[in-house]
Design a protein. Structure first.
Length: 151
């Protein structure tokens, strides 16, 4: 009598449930794991924010560099072919005249941006504290390469 009945066996049902549990575990790990989709999205968001900040501050620093060059290197009396000394002079100019919190270039930053500090890190780099909507960032201006990076 039982041989004529059609249907799923208990073994097949248990195997199906186990396979579904394994798939659910793998999916959850891919979504919320340490290198999952959510973590990658957060990392990408941070990188986009840093790029946006760099892109908004770089024109102000470029304007400062152009002003420095147009005004004859602002009293730099050393050898113009000495890249290290010229970069150190530019870093000093960026720190004192351009990017300090009261500097003209610092005031030309987009709305919501505020320079909170400018300090020479070594001879040719300036660390800039920039606040964007009350979130603090540290930017580094390398006077030798004239590049800005966000830490």
């Amino acid at each position: 009598m039982l041989k004529n009945q059609k249907g799923i066996t208990l073994v097949a049902l248990v195997i199906t449930v186990i396979v579904l549990l394994i798939l659910a575990g793998v999916t959850l790990r891919m979504v919320i794991g340490p290198s999952g989709v959510i973590e990658q999205t957060n990392n990408t968001k941070v990188q986009v924010e840093k790029s946006e900040i760099r892109d908004n501050v770089t024109p102000a620093i470029s304007a400062c560099v152009m002003k420095y060059q147009e005004e004859g290197y602002m009293g730099y009396e050393g050898d113009p072919s000495d890249e290290n000394a010229l970069a150190a002079s530019l870093a000093q100019y960026v720190e004192t005249d351009c990017m300090n919190p009261d500097g003209n270039i610092a005031k030309s930053l987009p709305e919501g941006y505020k320079v909170t500090s400018a300090k020479i890190e070594n001879e040719t780099t300036v660390k800039l504290g920039v606040s964007v909507s009350d979130v603090a960032y540290v930017l580094v201006f390398d006077a030798k390469t004239q590049e800005v990076t966000v830490e």
